[in-house]
Design a protein around this ligand. Sequence first.
Ligand SMILES: [Zn+2]
Ligand SMILES: [Zn+2]
Length: 418
Amino acid sequence: MPTDSGQSKVASRATRGLLGLSMLVLFFALSPTRQMAWAGQTTHVIIVVIDGPRDSECFEDPQHLYVPRIWNTLRPLGYVSHSFYNTGVTTTVPGHSTVASGTWQSMPDDGTVRPDRPLIWEYLRDQTGVPDRSIALVTYKTKLRALSYSTAAGYGPPDSSYVIGPTWDDGISLQRLLTHLATYQTTLSMISFAGPDVMAHQEDWNGYVGAIARADSLTAFLWNWLQSHSVYARHTALFVTADHGRHTTDWINHGDACAGCRHLPFLALGPDFLSGVEASAPPADQRDIAVTAAGLLGIAMPYAQGRFMSELLRDQSDVPPWTLDVDPSALRVCPSPARDEISVRLGAPAGGARWLATLYDVQGRRLTVQEIPGSRLAGGAVLSRPPGLPEDAVTYLELRPVQGSDSRRWTRPVIWLR
Ligand SMILES: [Zn+2]
Ligand SMILES: [Zn+2]
């Protein structure tokens, strides 16, 4: 196991050098003003991905003809972004993979290639040990089964989601998700409504907009069902978005960089979110959903590139402490050929907290896990790097405060060292 070998290497603090190794000195700042207490209510997350609706048929339609329930009933309860995008590959598998991994994914759109970065449910299972039934991935299309787990080292089948589908029908998809939610305490779900994309490719306009209207009804039904269920009511965050849009000038197809393909609907509902907000700034993209969901659930996504969408929060001064942003411009790297160590310094005191510092290599393996008092970290703690490991093999440093048995106190983002 990567963790075990990493921890055994922690003990080895011998400085080796001689191989052009370097010492990295990192300076970065954590805001000292944010509280370490997080009063969030979210314990469950559901991500609804509508496959291929152009936003001109969804939220940007002035009449909201095909999304009346989401627009009239759900929107007042949540946060709508008019600046939400897929700026990566605008096809189905890459779009869903980006939402699930918090990284841009650009594999073929046929389900033969899995995501190469860990998916949010892999992090969740890895960090909390919940069984696969705590996660539901519900798909209309066969090819999305490739999202059950990634090919990232240290993750994979043991951290897989439970997969429902292909169902070949959006109504059956919802029915099966609700059965699963009612049977198992499900921490995290992703459901893909594919009717709009399927009908559009069949060049059936009425079928296309009808499928959007059906996804609209099913999403509203889902939200209402959640409010009637004691486990999920008042504790569930719901994200509604799309994997991609469709060409601005051709609703049948999609897949390029035009505005129609890139611009996506976005709605977030939940106990920690603002309600009745429609915003055009700040812009956000598909990578941000998993990172935000992970922040709410208290898990770390060391390889994700997205940002925690603090603009969604009801109390914007109460950002989860494990999502604290680190200013990359404050990061400084000082090579030293003689040392086999990494020095870390916080720009602001970390208080009395104890911190876990984890180094990861390019393959996603944990190299070392070291516990450091906050006072020492602020003064410039030295982390050992496994002997003989080139400096550029270290790609991530993760810091999280240790607060007794509270496993929700993770920091992110991870520092990008190179
Ligand atoms: Zn398509
Ligand atoms: Zn296009």
